[in-house]
Write a protein that binds this ligand. Structure first.
Ligand SMILES: [Zn+2]
Length: 130
């Protein structure tokens, strides 16, 4: 059996012994809540995510012909995506493997917040300059 000495808590990434998965009950609880939330919303979020990303992609194309419509097709889905990932921070699996749940959720929220801010700036730009 392979013994991994540097095993980390699946939730907070604190070092633990190889036969454990979590460092404490709170972390186990946090992880369970995270996976429950992810199971419930992942399909819906995948769909919304797909629509928003598609709209952003088409928006950039539309922008070269119809500036106003294109700008809103990019900025509004950015705000929607940001709000959704603020409420339901679901990081990619590779991110969870690397940073564990707690840190991945934080990083996802920071990205979500940046998206909201960028989306608002793009919307203001669209309203006042186009
Ligand atoms: Zn922990």
């Amino acid at each position: 059996m392979k013994v991994n000495k540097l095993k980390k808590c699946e939730y907070c990434a604190k070092e633990i012994s190889y036969h454990e998965m979590y460092c404490c009950d709170d972390c186990q609880k946090g992880a369970n809540e995270f996976y429950d939330m992810r199971d419930k919303v992942s399909v819906l979020i995948g769909i919304i995510n797909g629509i928003c990303v598609m709209s952003i992609g088409i928006g950039f194309f539309v922008f070269s012909f119809f500036k106003e419509a294109g700008a809103y097709m990019v900025s509004i889905p950015m705000i929607i995506l940001g709000l959704i990932f603020m409420l339901f921070p679901i990081p990619a699996d590779v991110m969870i493997q690397k940073y564990k749940i707690q840190k991945s959720v934080k990083i996802t929220r920071i990205i979500a917040l940046s998206l909201i801010i960028l989306g608002i700036i793009a919307t203001i730009f669209a309203i006042f300059t186009i």
